[in-house]
Design a protein around this ligand. Structure first.
Ligand code: PGA
Length: 222
């Protein structure tokens, strides 16, 4: 299977920075992995052209409302994403759990909202709550998820997990979710990416995704 390499820009970049990233990426050669660019919602329109031009890149969102379309001021519903070419959505990132108080139940609702409109959820987990999170999700939907194992101690710290030890967590995840693709996230860079894709179906990349050339070369090595 083609490796999935997610660029999670988090809350970085304004419009001109996003456009510059896309322009650089457009000039770089094709890669054999599938790059999934997840910009902030406000920049999704600005990156459409890149996804149209590159066959090795698709778009994702960083979050989705747990509620359907309706009176939820400020929330981005699954319906709001329609027409924007969004194929994946990150749900339950530890930063959302920590700073926005998201519960396993909230994440489960987001999974259901995404799947309803044909968007694949990428469910982020640390090893302590694999079973609890899975239990909150409708059992029929588990196998339609991609899961990302993101150890808290590795996110944004430069201290990535040991790939072989992390691979044991992949097995635990697949025992609960079924044989879904499992990604690793947490301080992935150009130098260590290949050690992770030896065991995992792909990676989520935060800091190292902000520069187009660096991210491209990471994706090439995945
Ligand atoms: P990092 O972030 O690559 O900057 O560690 C990964 C993530 O939060 O998904």
């Amino acid at each position: 299977m083609q490796k999935l390499v997610v660029a999670n820009w988090k809350s970085h970049k304004n419009l001109s920075e996003a456009e510059a990233w896309c322009e650089t990426m457009l000039g770089l050669e094709p890669v054999s992995s599938l790059m999934i660019l997840t910009p902030p919602f406000s920049l999704l329109s600005a990156v459409q052209n890149l996804a149209d031009e590159r066959r090795d890149l698709v778009l994702g969102a960083q979050d989705i409302s747990p509620y359907p379309a309706g009176s939820y001021t400020g929330a981005i519903s699954a319906r709001n994403l329609e027409g924007l070419n969004v194929q994946y959505v990150i749900v339950g990132h530890s930063e959302r759990r920590q700073h926005f108080g998201e519960s396993h139940q909230d994440v489960a609702k987001k999974v259901a909202q995404a799947i309803e409109v044909g968007v694949t959820p990428i469910v982020c987990l640390d090893e302590d709550y694999i079973a609890d999170q899975a239990q909150a999700i409708d059992a029929e939907l588990l196998e339609r998820c991609v899961v990302a194992y993101e150890p808290l101690s590795s996110i944004g710290t430069g201290d990535s997990a040991d790939p072989a030890e992390a691979a044991q967590i992949k097995d635990r995840i697949q025992k609960v979710f079924g044989l879904v693709p499992v990604l690793y996230g947490g301080s992935v860079d150009e130098d260590n990416v290949a050690t992770f894709t030896e065991y995992f179906d792909g990676v989520i990349v935060g800091g190292e995704s902000l520069d187009a050339t660096e991210f491209h070369s990471l994706a090439q090595r995945a």
